[in-house]
Design a protein around this ligand. Structure first.
Ligand SMILES: Nc1nc2c(c(=O)[nH]1)N[C@H]1C(S)=C(S)[C@@H](COP(=O)(O)OP(=O)(O)OC[C@H]3O[C@@H](n4cnc5c(=O)[nH]c(N)nc54)[C@H](O)[C@@H]3O)O[C@H]1N2
Ligand SMILES: Nc1nc2c(c(=O)[nH]1)N[C@H]1C(S)=C(S)[C@@H](COP(=O)(O)OP(=O)(O)OC[C@H]3O[C@@H](n4cnc5c(=O)[nH]c(N)nc54)[C@H](O)[C@@H]3O)O[C@H]1N2
Ligand code: SF4
Ligand SMILES: [Mo]
Length: 730
């Protein structure tokens, strides 16, 4: 037997940790963090260490499947599957036009960064704009807030160089999320604390991250916009703003000052239910620090008023001048992306909504794209423009889109559903065709995806210029017939006689670091994954070959300083966006949002778990450790008051629907909250008669009645609920 240990990159989440993979006869058998890789200290998490279990999972799909008339699935040759899918798409296009064909990209494509560009090229080639993605039900306000406020050419000041930092509804220690350090976040936070960083965490739970905070504001869920308006009020009242920075780079200060006038510390502390002295301390820490940043993640994104919360966070950054300044060492100036010379100047705001309406919910295409929250209704609503075909790339709509029952009805109504996934998911059960790809260790990859995260919001990805390439490390399962996600769309294009153009986009909305690059593909030959990586890196600052030569990855010594504002640049950041200030005026503390409804006395909040990546992990013994039900965490005091024993099966009810979960005690929560891990459960349609597991998806509680007017994201956290034990089934 041949055994080797090979360096690679875990691509299960956007941390992209460097790993060492032990391979026996082409099979991955063991994964650890790579101690030789710079800046990660050999870190790995349970999901990374479970890569061999994921790759060698006996339940993994090794062939394309086609649903038969009796509902069962039968193997189909991958080439034949592409013939049939291409023919069906042609037929629907001829009958209904390009709007009838839609794509949904989920988070499974983060391990295959080269597939989305091919998929996007295919969709452009057929003339459809229906390019939905999980981003619009994740943190759409990243995009909308930047459109209204503007962004900064050189990016936020970095966590690594800051002495104060505010995290709003983010738990990077577990989720490697937004704006926190991604490389071994627990250790980085500890180091930051040791060098004196004053961290402020705004979260209704005393999270692993909050434990490192100088101030933890354990707010009432859904009051983030009020709390952030309060922080701005205090900073303005105390004169802690950077007046020179604001005068030179922003407009709208007076309007913002008026807007936050009524958000006095006493008022805000009452609404958010936090101690007033802690609120004052948090504002003063942030306002008087030398360098810092405020970043938001899913907590405020899911809890209503997300555009406003994210917008006010950007305003706080601008008021205190928290953007990278002239002469600063540039935050990652690109390694595998083209060379970039950042400047201390704004990217101007741009229109947050387009003039292209969706057919439902009064929504428009907007800065966060086409709204996925509207997709099920777009499929269900008969008439011109109805979506008939859905191609689902690395996503699991049944466990991710709002309103599970509606999602399932929509999937049943489709004329063609193709699911590209390596396992028979709750969504794949509805598919006409399931197309399995090789998994990450069987494909080459690079860290370019993480570099490009900065195009999707503020302060994301790595500040350090770090890059790595990994070749394919393991062999695909013997006898399998798998299709790289990109090769599938290329194959469809070939069969449909389409010319595909690969586009390397260099920014967000109209704000580009440089011109986007369009490369015409040779349609005679299916590109390999390495070909696609080559296309994506064709104008890299550091040539791909150099990156390849450092097998454990490397932090490049790029001495790039932020230059001053370009002569002739007149862009200004906007502190007084009229839509946002109107929403701030309209926020009514006496409104239903903050008044307890006796029928739904508890509040659901979102949560990520270390062993699961959304719906991936359940069903893998290494990760779920026999846990089959959705965990719902409650404070022991609440459990005692309700007489619910730990481990009991509970029914969680919202105004919209019900789900089943298994209760766990957790004293890190505010009283009155139920924190439920997203991604568990199955499909109700395919449940057996005594099967309660499929009723475990938190999406069953979420409806579209309460949704964001711009992005359409529904209320998925800060959701009023009731809980009771289910004695008959527990
Ligand atoms: N109620 C509620 N709803 C939510 C959330 C919540 O917290 N609560 N969270 C929201 C958020 S933040 C997100 S990002 C979305 C997630 O929504 P989705 O992205 O739709 O859901 P995932 O469970 O991440 O699905 C990823 C799928 O990709 C597959 N996959 C993994 N690797 C590969 C690969 O290499 N190729 C292919 N083709 N497939 C692969 C996995 O098997 C999995 O089925 O859900 C959103 N919806
Ligand atoms: N281990 C692991 N890592 C992941 C994922 C995973 O499933 N597992 N998923 C990935 C994905 S798709 C995403 S989008 C990111 C998400 O990354 P994060 O956004 O960091 O996700 P969470 O860890 O759930 O942290 C959200 C926090 O918001 C808090 N919260 C809930 N409601 C509110 C509120 O109203 N206001 C405030 N201020 N806080 C609130 C919750 O208590 C929770 O601690 O993680 C990514 N990384
Ligand atoms: S944090 Fe875990 S899942 Fe994410 S890249 Fe690192 S090892 Fe993989
Ligand atoms: Mo997400």
């Amino acid at each position: 037997m041949e055994t080797t240990v090979v360096p690679g990159i875990c691509r299960n989440c956007l941390a992209y940790c460097p790993i060492l993979v032990t391979v026996e006869d082409g099979r991955a058998v063991h994964v650890t963090g790579d101690p030789q890789a710079p800046a990660f200290d050999g870190y790995s998490c349970p999901k990374g260490r479970a890569l061999p279990a994921q790759h060698n999972d006996p339940a993994r799909l090794t062939h394309c499947l086609q649903r038969q008339a009796d509902g069962n699935f039968a193997r189909i040759d991958s080439s034949l599957a592409m013939d049939q899918v291409a023919a069906k798409v042609q037929e629907v296009l001829a009958r209904h036009g390009p709007r009838a064909v839609a794509m949904y990209r989920g988070s499974g494509q983060v391990s295959h960064p080269s597939s989305a560009p091919i998929m996007g090229a295919w969709l452009r080639a057929i003339g459809s704009r229906m390019n939905f993605s999980a981003a619009s039900i994740d943190k759409p306000a990243e995009y909308t807030s930047v459109a209204m406020h503007g962004n900064w050419h050189a990016g936020l000041q970095t966590f690594e160089t800051s002495d104060t930092w505010i995290m709003v509804g983010a738990n990077p220690v577990i989720a490697k999320s937004n704006g926190g350090p991604l490389n071994n976040p627990g250790t980085r936070l500890k180091e930051a604390q040791q060098r004196g960083m004053q961290l402020v965490v705004i979260d209704p739970r005393r999270t692993e991250t909050a434990k490192r905070a100088a101030v933890h504001l354990q707010l009432r869920p859904g009051t983030d916009a009020v709390l952030l308006a309060g922080l701005i009020h205090i900073i303005l009242a105390d004169g802690l703003l950077d007046a020179d920075f604001v005068a030179a780079n922003a407009v709208g200060l007076d309007a913002l000052r008026d807007g936050v006038a009524r958000y006095t510390p006493g008022f805000v502390a009452g609404v958010a239910d936090v101690p007033v002295d802690k609120l004052l301390t948090a504002a003063r820490i942030f306002g008087s620090g030398k360098r810092g940043g405020v970043v938001c993640s899913t907590g405020p994104s899911f809890s209503t008023h997300s555009n406003l919360s994210y917008y006010l966070a950007l305003c706080l950054n601008t008021l205190c001048g928290r953007w990278a300044r002239e002469g600063d060492n540039a935050p990652n100036p690109n390694v595998l992306l083209p060379a970039f010379q950042p400047r201390a100047q704004p990217y101007a705001p741009y229109p947050v909504v387009s003039d292209r309406p969706m057919r439902v919910h009064g929504l428009m295409e907007n800065a966060s794209g086409v709204p996925t929250a509207a997709l099920a209704d777009e499929i269900l609503l008969d008439g011109d423009g109805q979506i008939k075909v859905l191609l689902c790339l690395g996503g699991n709509p049944v466990l991710a889109w709002p309103d599970q029952e509606k999602t399932e009805a929509a999937l049943r109504k489709l004329e063609l559903l193709v699911v590209l996934d390596y396992r028979m998911t709750a969504t794949a059960q509805f598919a006409h065709y399931v197309v399995p790809p090789p998994l990450s260790l069987e494909l080459p990859g690079t860290t370019q995806m993480v570099e490009s995260l900065k195009y999707y919001g503020v302060s994301r990805g790595y500040a350090m210029p770090w890059a790595q390439y990994t070749p394919a490390i393991a062999r695909v399962p013997a006898g399998s017939d798998l299709l790289d996600d990109g090769a599938f769309f290329f194959g469809l294009a070939q069969r449909m006689g389409l010319q595909l153009d690969w586009v390397n986009q260099r920014g967000q909305g109209p704000n580009l670091e440089g011109p986007s690059q369009t490369i015409r593909l040779d349609m005679a030959r299916v590109p390999t994954t390495d070909d696609m990586i080559g296309l994506a890196c064709s104008d890299a600052r550091v040539p791909l070959d150099v990156v390849k030569s450092h097998v454990h990855g490397k932090v490049y010594d790029l001495d790039v300083r932020v230059l001053p504002r370009e002569p002739g640049c007149s862009a200004m950041l906007q502190l007084g966006d009229p839509t946002m200030l109107q929403e701030l005026r309209d926020l009514q503390p006496a409104s239903a949002q903050w008044v307890a409804d006796p029928a739904f006395p508890l509040t659901l909040v979102c949560r990520r778990a270390n062993n699961f990546m959304n719906s991936v992990g359940a069903g893998l013994a290494d990760l779920d450790r026999g846990r089959t039900h959705t965990p719902a965490c409650m404070h022991p005091q609440d459990l005692a008051a309700l007489g619910i024993p730990e481990g009991a099966l509970i029914e969680v009810r919202s105004r919209h629907g019900t789900m089943l979960a298994r209760v766990e005690a957790d004293d890190s929560l505010r009283i009155g909250l139920v924190s439920v891990v997203h991604g568990f459960g199955g499909s109700a349609t395919h449940a057996g008669p005594d099967d309660d597991l499929p009723l475990g998806s938190v999406t069953r509680l979420v409806g579209m009645d309460e949704r964001d007017p711009i992005s359409g994201i529904p209320r998925m956290s800060a959701l009023p609920i009731a809980v009771r034990a289910t004695p008959s089934r527990g």
